[in-house]
Ligand binder design. Sequence first.
Ligand code: DGL
Length: 275
Amino acid sequence: MPAKRVLIFDSGVGGLSVYQQIIKLTPSIKCHYLFDNAYFPYGELPHLQLIKRLIQLLSEFMSQHPADLLVIACNSASTVALEALRKHFSIPIVGVVPAIKPATLITQNNVIGLLATPGTIERAYTTTLIEQFATGKTVLRIGSTKLVTLAEDKLIGKSINLNDVKAVVSPWLKNEHNMPDTIVLGCTHFPLIKDEIEACFDRPIYFVDSGAAIAVRVKQLLTLDHKALKLSPCNKTKQEHQAFYTKNFTNTEHLSTLKCSFAEYSFQRMTFCDL
Ligand code: DGL
């Protein structure tokens, strides 16, 4: 019996933080990881361009590598394109959006920090999440592409300067009395540099991300009625995963270091018909 095929998608390495949670809970799936490094960073792309790119790229990819379930492991993409993607594709799609609701249950001082990309921060979707779930709480938003690139740097083996991280969160450090006690990591890249973000604060902070909840959702969907979802039953053996990227790496050393982070994956450049 073939294993269930899950496509995990992001602009870069961020989806790895989601993959780690998924595979812990459902080790028998076969993962394809696609990262669109040609269009990175997604957090700065105009809405319509991003939606168009996602539909074109994912259609093309899944025509070559069919999937049973798609995980959009990217808040910047999910907060703007989930509806369009669900209309376009017939397989189940799990999106990753900022974990505002869980954060409201954790905060003690009622000040929540939302750390995400500039795109996610300004989305109507994000504002609605905050209005729906965080009434009576203060939600302070910081949008940063710098942190995204720092996470990418870390995974290709470059060292991170803590002052760069501090500079991003400095608006929260300056105001002792209005400092968040709970921070939502609203970009899948950020759990990969959680230690560095944590090191900027002189007090304990709760960090919340969506990875674990996504893993639960993926498992639920994969174990639902197979017939209804047109999924093949679970294969018990451990699977070979494959990672694909959309733009060649200029530095082969960087690619080799990255391959260590994606140790269970074999790597290849995606081939396009005409994108
Ligand atoms: N990892 C992505 C997210 O969760 C996006 C990073 C980017 O390309 O800007 O938003």
